[in-house]
Design a binder for this molecule. Structure first.
Ligand code: AMP
Ligand code: ZN
Length: 481
């Protein structure tokens, strides 16, 4: 019997800053704020970049579910000024905006195909130069930064808590110099990082400390402040950004404002190719843009959600194939329910009120975004729904379908029309889904009657059509091989 499950009101998140799982408490439940470091837009995004965006999107969906759609403000920036962009523009003889606008659009389209909701705002670094200059002025005035040869540096020795996020101590940093050689000569401490640097190839903005361009870290501090406030609830990004990027954001913002930049830091682990992190520098990248030519965006998204965000995810074709099968199973059951149960279409079309009391299916996601368990729940629900249809428990079917729709909405899956999902599959003139399901029912009946001749005939029909049956606890499911 279908029943609504117990509710759980709290969301827990692993806070990288405190190194523990904590109950999430927003500063203002009417305006929950999250910031995610977006891409540097000069090339196509790879599937590792997409993992960071999809994890943040699940968090955004969960927060909207808990606090209400209009009470969550999500900013994901675009870094549209950077040495790599300037170099590429120079090579092509075009303004940097020509490159950044093209790749920003591709990034947005790729993420939309993966069912990522548009963030509340997508600030561009070049539109926040004034805010960056103001922050640098404050840091200079208060003695946290110094000018040197057309550059402005943050003086890490002035901030006792430097290293709090990554655990890097100043002593350790002194041993390994992590910055460009040209910069070292002008710095007081090897670990100091650049806030402002002179113009490059004609790209620069007027500032009291000389015409120039911002360092990468100050961009996010300025954009987060402008879009969300001096202290935000949650800051996200991949683990590779913990140091130096996020450490430096913390140093700048905390020193300029005298308060924490973010209360919770959420970091996703890497997506790997074999043992290595997927990254441009290793040359092992798979582009979202290319994957979308062969796979539906939902298949790619489900594959990205198969591992918990704090575990590494090893990318493979098998992962995609398995994800496709999972979605086929769910969509097939949905399609069957629409055929057999009145009102099913209405249930699927309904937009569930995110303010409504959360039901059990969100339990897993509320436990530090446990997507593998939430996916397990989704597939179990599809199996139970299938069994219900077989037993003609039509009343319960509506409840299970509603669960499927809700968990799908939370995960950003099952957003398509089930007919459309299967369109183009199966060969011309082959068996329709309905004919296949009727044959499965007949197969069960003739087997019960020990009519082996007909059972064999049915088996041969399926074989000829390349239909694969799987008998499970909750009934028989099928797929096209
Ligand atoms: P980038 O454009 O390299 O700054 O990356 C944009 C986002 O993708 C950041 O949050 C990175 O931490 C994240 N990211 C980059 N590579 C990977 C990877 N292989 N696995 C997971 N996240 C990644
Ligand atoms: Zn950032």
């Amino acid at each position: 019997m279908w029943q609504e499950i117990e509710i759980m009101m709290e969301l827990t998140l692993y806070n990288s800053l405190k190194r523990e799982k904590q109950v999430f408490k927003p500063m203002n439940p009417k305006r929950v704020t999250m910031y995610n470091c977006g891409p540097t837009v000069y090339s196509y995004a790879h599937i590792g970049n997409a993992r960071a965006a999809v994890v943040a999107d699940v968090l955004f969906r969960v927060l909207r579910h808990i606090y209400g759609e209009d009470h969550v403000v999500y900013a994901r920036n675009l870094t549209d000024v950077d040495d790599k962009i300037i170099k590429a523009a120079k090579e092509l003889g075009v303004p940097i905006s020509e490159i950044t606008e093209k790749y920003a659009k591709i990034y947005q389209d790729d993420l939309a195909a993966l069912n990522c909701l548009p963030p509340t705002s997508e600030p561009k670094a070049t539109e926040h130069i004034g805010g960056m200059i103001d922050l640098i002025k404050t840091l200079l005035k208060d003695g946290y930064a110094y000018e040197s040869d057309g550059h402005v540096f943050f003086d890490v020795s002035k901030y006792d808590e430097y290293g709090q996020l990554s655990g890097n101590t100043l002593d350790a940093l002194k041993k390994g110099d992590r910055v460009g050689e040209g910069e070292v000569a002008r710095k007081k401490n090897a670990a100091d990082f650049v806030l402002w640097k002179p113009e490059l190839d004609g790209v620069g903005w007027d500032a009291p400390f000389g015409k120039g361009r911002p360092g990468w870290h100050i961009e996010c501090s300025a954009m987060a402040k402008s879009e969300l406030g001096e202290t935000i609830d949650i800051h996200c990004g991949g683990v590779d950004l913990k140091f130096p990027h996020h450490e430096n954001e913390i140093a700048q913002s905390n020193c300029a404002h005298g308060k924490p930049m973010a209360n919770y830091w959420v970091h996703n682990e890497f997506l790997n190719m074999g043992k290595d992190k997927m990254s441009k520098s290793l040359g092992n990248i798979v582009l979202v843009h290319d994957l979308l030519k062969d796979w539906d965006g939902e298949v790619i998204r489900l594959a990205l959600l198969k591992a918990h965000y704090r575990s590494e995810l090893v990318w493979s074709e098998d992962l995609l194939r398995e994800s496709k099968k999972n979605l086929d199973d769910c969509y097939r059951v949905i399609k069957k329910t629409i055929r057999l149960v009145g009102g099913a279409t209405k249930i699927l079309k309904q937009k569930y009120d995110f303010n409504e009391i959360p039901k059990g299916h969100s339990l897993e996601l509320r436990d530090d975004l446990n997507t593998p368990d939430a996916l397990k729940f989704m597939l179990e629900r599809a199996g139970t729904l299938n069994a219900c249809l077989g037993l003609e428990h039509i009343g319960d079917a509506n409840g299970y379908l509603k669960d499927l729709k809700k968990v799908g909405d939370m995960l950003g899956l099952l957003q398509k029309d089930s007919e459309e999902w299967f369109r183009g599959e199966g060969k011309e003139g082959g068996l329709s889904d309905e004919a296949i399901e009727n044959l499965i029912v007949e197969r069960a009946e003739v087997r019960a009657q020990k009519n082996w001749a007909r059972a064999d005939e049915i088996r041969d029909i399926f074989k000829a059509e390349n239909i694969i049956l799987e008998d499970g606890k909750t009934g028989t499911t099928w797929r096209r091989g």
